[in-house]
Design a protein around this ligand. Structure first.
Ligand code: 5AD
Ligand code: SF4
Length: 420
């Protein structure tokens, strides 16, 4: 038996797909990269924008077509859409065999095993020897309580829950034992992590004690909850990378208020300054939404100006998309599609320009990089700030190692260097 898994959406979904893959491998089910080679087809869905849901529907169309000629194929849908519109999916796609909702995610493998009559000859996470990934994701929180007015996450993922710190530590240690060198901690708002007496800072300090773990990253942060104490810890804890993803969404105070983000642009700028003061080489990345209801040309100008001034290390920009149940869905979607596209393009062009300039300014510098992959004699690595660096490989054993590299050439999203 083998499975194909299509993952749409955020790192949280990647993490859950990865975990399910690991669990399936203990049943002797192996992964294939082509849908047409699979007996079990799994779709992990995302509801964040209408476009993400469209992608899932077109994938299901393809899977259904394949199943017509291969009726023994099982089709399984999990993730946010399973939660939000599981019934509708079942109604539209009769070929779907199983819908797994978020609360059942920990039992997903058992449900699939039941459906496909899989026999678990070796169910122990400890015994898995493959998956030698250098970077591994660990979920530390589920759900979200913030109710940003545009966002569907609180409705599909439910209330915010912090997971047990000991479980997180154990899972991270195990992944490091299996070869991981970098752990990325995941939650919708990791800054509000709290389990009994443990807050996010104590959690990171504990994870940093794992021998052989080289790097820790985390996402996503919320500007309203990012504390001075966390910034201080990032500056002093050497395993924590010089990177923070800090979604700004907009720089107009009027729009931030309508988004229910609970901070002003002034507060955001203060955080940027504090971060840069404490961690001079930090790369700050962000998310921006253009065309939110009521966003005038002036509001957009403020965001555009902020992008120019802050000089993010990278950013994701999204056209606002009304989502069911959210507060913003009741506000008139006032910006035309054409204007949303224009604003989207302007932000993207500016941020690409800045990204190229930042990359060019790194030429000649020495960077500590972590070798994540080796393919065809080329090492794919990443700087502490998160930029991709390609380096000629002279030793296969460099995989998973920290290397010091001189940057020789720069392109938009990648750098090229030589090992010192
Ligand atoms: N429309 C557009 N973008 C959205 N995001 C979340 N909800 C929406 C929406 N309804 C963006 C935000 C968030 C990122 C993960 O997706 O920028 O930070
Ligand atoms: Fe959505 Fe806001 Fe929660 Fe992020 S913090 S998941 S944008 S509600």
């Amino acid at each position: 038996m083998n499975y194909f898994i299509e993952t749409i959406g955020c790192q949280m979904n990647m993490c859950e797909s990865d975990k399910l893959g690991l669990a399936l491998s203990t049943y002797g089910v192996s992964k294939v990269n082509i849908l047409q080679e699979a007996n079990i087809v799994i779709l992990n869905t995302c509801s964040i924008r209408a476009q993400s849901e469209q992608k899932a529907f077109s994938f299901l169309g393809r899977a259904e077509e394949f199943k017509q000629d291969n009726p023994n194929t099982k089709i399984i849908v999990m993730g946010c859409m399973a939660e939000r519109i599981g019934f509708e999916i079942k109604r539209r796609f009769k070929s779907v065999d199983l819908i797994i909702v978020s609360k059942d995610i920990d039992n997903a493998v058992f449900k699939i095993a039941d459906l496909c009559n899989l026999y678990n000859y070796n169910y122990s996470f400890n015994k898995i020897e493959d998956f030698p990934n250098i970077i591994r994701y660990v979920t530390i929180m589920r759900g979200c309580d913030n109710y940003c007015s545009y966002c569907v996450v609180p409705f599909v993922r439910g209330r915010e829950i912090s997971l047990n710190d000991l479980d997180i530590l154990e899972e991270s240690s195990l992944l490091v034992k299996k070869g991981a060198k970098e752990i990325m901690l995941l939650g919708q708002n990791v800054n509000s992590y709290r389990y009994k007496d443990f807050n996010f800072i104590s959690l990171i300090k504990n994870i940093a004690t794992i021998n052989d773990l080289e790097r820790i990253r985390f996402m996503t942060n919320h500007p309203k909850d990012l504390s001075d104490e966390l910034i201080g810890m990032m500056a002093t804890e050497s395993k924590v990378c010089s990177h923070i993803h800090l979604p700004m969404q907009s720089a107009s105070n009027k729009i931030l208020k309508a988004m229910n983000r609970k901070y002003s642009y002034g507060h955001y700028i203060d955080l940027v300054k504090k971060l840069r003061m404490a961690i001079p080489d930090i790369s700050i990345t962000t998310d921006i939404i253009v065309g939110f209801p009521g966003e005038t040309k002036e509001d957009f100008e403020e965001t555009f100006k902020a992008v120019k001034e802050i000089r993010f290390g990278g950013l994701y920009v999204f056209r606002y998309s009304p989502r069911p149940n959210t507060k913003a869905a009741n506000m008139p979607d006032s910006v035309s599609l054409e204007e949303k596209k224009r604003r989207h393009r302007l932000i993207l062009e500016e941020s690409n320009k800045i990204s190229v300039e930042i990359a060019a300014s790194m030429v000649g510098s020495t960077q500590q990089v972590l070798a994540e992959k080796i393919e065809n004699g080329i090492i794919e690595a990443r700087t502490r700030g998160g930029r991709k660096v390609f380096v000629k490989c002279s030793n296969e054993k460099d995989l998973g190692r920290h290397l010091n590299v001189t940057i020789k050439e720069a392109k938009i999203n990648s750098l090229f260097g030589n090992i010192i």
